[in-house]
Design a protein around this ligand. Structure first.
Ligand SMILES: C[S@@+](CC[C@H](N)C(=O)[O-])C[C@H]1O[C@@H](n2cnc3c(N)ncnc32)[C@H](O)[C@@H]1O
Length: 221
């Protein structure tokens, strides 16, 4: 992240708390469920999962429910981590799920079979740092969801996020300088491929999101 850009650690604790309430009522949201379904096709059983920007932890817990051996969730927000720990304990996953406060673009990450970033790259100003650091931890698979950046959906996403950023800027005490980003997906894809991964699945849940799953070229099971 360059000087002057603020860490986006401002306003997601409320999102995580509301996701946690929703997960208790009806389970994970549609985008997270689509990502979990795609990861299950690649193979979750017995795998370790690292979810960066884990929010309320619904992806980690969903992966454990689908057979993952253990899951780690990292988030910038202490409130999000607290919500995820509580949800994990309530669901009886205390020992297999770990949630910590950390900046996934900066800290040394635990090597994991599958690394996921679900609607996180768009909350961070430096996609290169975040993707490079998280790719280094990915053994078998890597997956992300972020707003579509090209065509009509890209234009719509840019317009909507620009308006959102006006709102965030107008409320600095609440949002602390947070901005949302429509980062170009092409260079992110190229970076993942350059690290030795093949794209095995793409989808557009809710029409506005781009979901992509990659596996290492040599991974067979
Ligand atoms: C839009 S929320 C998505 C949460 C969750 N992945 C989901 O889809 O429900 C984005 C989350 O990413 C976290 N985040 C953003 N940049 C991060 C980073 N560099 N390291 C760790 N967490 C980050 C934020 O704190 C926030 O909780």
């Amino acid at each position: 992240m360059s000087d002057g850009e603020q860490r986006p650690d401002c306003c997601f604790d409320d999102w995580a708390r509301s996701e946690s309430r929703r997960a208790r009522r009806v389970g994970a949201d549609g985008v997270t469920t689509a990502l979990l379904d795609a990861l299950a096709r690649v193979g979750l059983t017995g795998r370790s999962v690292l979810d960066v920007g884990a929010g309320a932890g619904t992806l980690v817990l969903g992966a454990l429910e689908r057979g993952a051996a253990r899951g780690t969730g990292l988030d910038l927000g202490a409130g999000a981590v607290e919500a995820a720990r509580t949800l994990a304990a309530d669901r009886g996953f205390g020992a297999r799920a770990r949630f910590e406060v950390a900046d996934g673009a900066v800290v040394a990450l635990p090597a994991s079979d599958l690394v996921t970033l679900n609607r996180v790259i768009c909350c961070y100003p430096d996609p290169n740092a975040l993707v490079t650091n998280t790719l280094a931890a990915a053994g078998r698979g890597y997956a992300f969801v972020l707003p579509r950046s090209t065509g009509l959906p890209g234009l719509i996403n840019r317009a909507v996020l620009s308006l959102g950023n006006v709102w965030f800027r107008a409320r600095p005490r609440v949002y602390g300088g947070y901005r949302a980003f429509v980062h170009d997906i092409g260079p992110i894809h190229d970076r993942v491929v350059a690290a030795g991964f093949d794209r095995v699945h793409t989808a557009h849940p809710g029409l506005i999101w781009h979901l992509a799953v990659y596996t290492r070229a040599e991974a067979t099971t």
